[in-house]
Design a protein around this ligand. Structure first.
Ligand SMILES: Nc1nc2c(ncn2[C@@H]2O[C@H](COP(=O)(O)OP(=O)(O)OP(=O)(O)O)[C@@H](O)[C@H]2O)c(=O)[nH]1
Length: 504
């Protein structure tokens, strides 16, 4: 190490009082780096403090006004100011983005200024030390600082309230907590049951907020875990202790823990330390950490309850949807059952009884014809007697499934009326159309092969009675039916396998 840095660091080690350190430091820039004067401007709680050193044989640089200093304070890089007699190298002091002050080195005109890169380690070190001093200085100014912090807690609470999810909320808790409470590192852990814990968000060794959800472990046998947790907001602080990252020891300082509570149940904790800047805890910090922990607990519990509720709602909605689907399916089945004949699966008498009056009225309104065919299986008693009732059922099913497609005109209805009787209702169709339908019916049944055992088939026939009317004021749907019925009787008496059309 060269002579300047040797002298610089030995100054830090020998002197203990901060003003003495600075008094001893400033001459080093003149003695080792050729500066004619050196001044340090530090901004403490909105007020500027000046430290000066100058060698006896050079004049001081002209004092800048506070407004100028304010302007230069946020300069990101070192910069020069030149006059006829001297050059001044201004070095902004910043720590983690916070402006702290300025170091000004004056050189006689014509002498080279020190390379700012060379001074970089010293500037970083000086910035961190001064930042710690400013943070540690309280009593006189602690009122406003504490008030700022309380306002900060309110802002944190607001930020957590606006977070989009638990994850987002925990990220902001760590991020905002560090910024507002001026704590180097914060990490939030949640208990997962069975004596285990998991990470959420934490702070790496550079001070960045990082996701630590990967971290999952049994709860380590740590001193503060077993410490009696007598009351909510319990705070445990250990000074001069080892500091850890991912269970690895990485430094020395103070560490603190606050618990997160859901009612009487501890659900996690927040860990804090001063790994990066080594700043001491301020008097008001214990109270702030408890409040901070209380705020995080509240938001965590509220979010967890909300998420649990919304999950329950989701499940409930899913169940209601499933149940509604089942009911709709059941309704469709019921509707089908109530309208179809269970043996043949064609529309049943109920459908016919509902449709006939409707079509009758429509025909009446528009003065259109309406035709009805009653179809009766011939000698079906004897079929049953010969082949058995089960074969009789089979025969009726085959006839129904054949006849259901014989008449395909719009509005036509084929239904099982009862027993071995079927009907075809032809709204808007005259006698001619009804005759065609009857002929097709006879033909279709005649050519039907009815299996009566494993090898044999037989044929059956049907008789059809037809009635066709254009409804007038006196006539009724019953009349239409009765006429078709008597026509059927006539067809039977004519020898069966025939149709007869009612004619008065
Ligand atoms: N297998 C079976 N038979 C039925 C069903 N409904 C009615 N029958 C039978 O159908 C037969 C109808 O007989 P009848 O009314 O005497 O008439 P038919 O023997 O068909 O003689 P015609 O109508 O004069 O040609 C009866 O034996 C009823 O038991 C049914 O659902 N299944």
């Amino acid at each position: 190490m060269d002579s300047f840095y040797q002298a610089y660091f030995s100054q830090w080690q020998t002197a203990t009082e901060r003003p003495a350190v600075i008094d001893g430091l400033l001459p080093l820039f003149c003695r080792h780096l050729g500066a004619s004067s050196c001044r340090l401007f530090v901004k403490k709680h909105a007020e500027w403090t000046h430290f000066t050193h100058c060698t006896p044989f050079h004049s001081l640089p002209i004092s800048p006004r506070d407004e100028e200093l304010e302007g230069w304070l946020c300069q990101p890089m070192p910069f020069h100011r030149q006059s006829a007699e001297k050059a001044v190298l201004w070095l902004p002091l910043q720590h983690q983005g916070t402006p702290i002050g300025l170091l000004a080195l004056s050189y006689p005109a014509g002498s080279p200024c020190t390379d700012p890169d060379y001074l970089q380690p010293c500037i970083l070190h000086l910035s961190a030390e001064l930042k710690n001093d400013i943070a540690a200085e309280q009593p006189a100014g602690s009122g406003p600082v504490l008030l700022d912090m309380l306002q900060g807690l309110h802002d944190i609470s607001f930020a957590l309230w606006r977070a989009e999810s638990i994850d987002d909320m925990l990220f902001h808790a760590v991020e905002q907590g560090k910024k507002v409470l001026k704590i180097d590192r914060i990490a939030i852990f949640l208990l997962t049951g069975h004596n285990r814990m998991k990470g959420t968000y934490g702070t790496d060794t550079e001070g960045n907020t990082v996701k630590e959800a990967y971290f999952e472990s049994p709860i380590p046998p740590h001193w503060f875990i077993d410490h009696p947790q007598a009351q909510h907001g319990y705070l445990a602080i250990e000074e001069n202790t080892s500091l850890y990252h991912d269970l690895q020891e990485i430094g020395f300082g103070w560490s603190a823990y606050t618990s997160l509570w859901d009612g009487d149940k501890r659900v996690g904790w927040i860990a804090y330390d001063n790994l990066i800047n080594g700043r001491p805890l301020a008097d008001y910090h214990p109270q702030l950490l408890k409040q901070f922990s209380f705020i995080v607990s509240q938001h965590l519990v509220r979010r967890q309850t909300e998420e649990h509720l919304s999950q329950l709602n989701g499940e409930l909605e899913k169940r209601v949807t499933e149940r509604t689907r089942e009911l709709q399916q059941l309704n469709r089945q019921l509707e089908h059952t109530s309208r179809h004949d269970p043996l043949t699966q064609v529309p049943n008498r109920r459908v016919f009884d509902q449709t006939l009056p409707l079509e009758w009225r429509r025909a009446q309104r528009h003065q259109l014809p309406v035709s009805l065919l009653i179809i009766d299986v011939d000698h079906f008693k004897s079929f049953n007697d010969t082949y058995g009732h089960a074969m009789g059922d089979r025969c009726l099913t085959l006839i129904a499934q054949t006849l259901v497609s014989v008449e395909r005109r719009a509005g036509a209805l084929f239904a099982r009326y009862g027993g071995e009787e079927f009907v075809i209702l032809l709204p808007g169709q005259n006698a001619q159309a009804a005759i065609v339908a009857a002929e097709n019916t006879l033909k279709a049944v005649r050519s039907l092969l009815i299996p009566v055992n494993d090898q044999e088939y037989c044929n059956v026939t049907v008789s059809v009675g037809i009635s066709c009317m254009v409804p007038d004021k006196q006539s009724t749907a019953d009349q239409l039916f009765n006429q078709a019925d008597s026509a059927l009787y006539k067809a039977k008496s004519l020898g069966r396998d025939a149709f007869f059309i009612y004619d008065d």
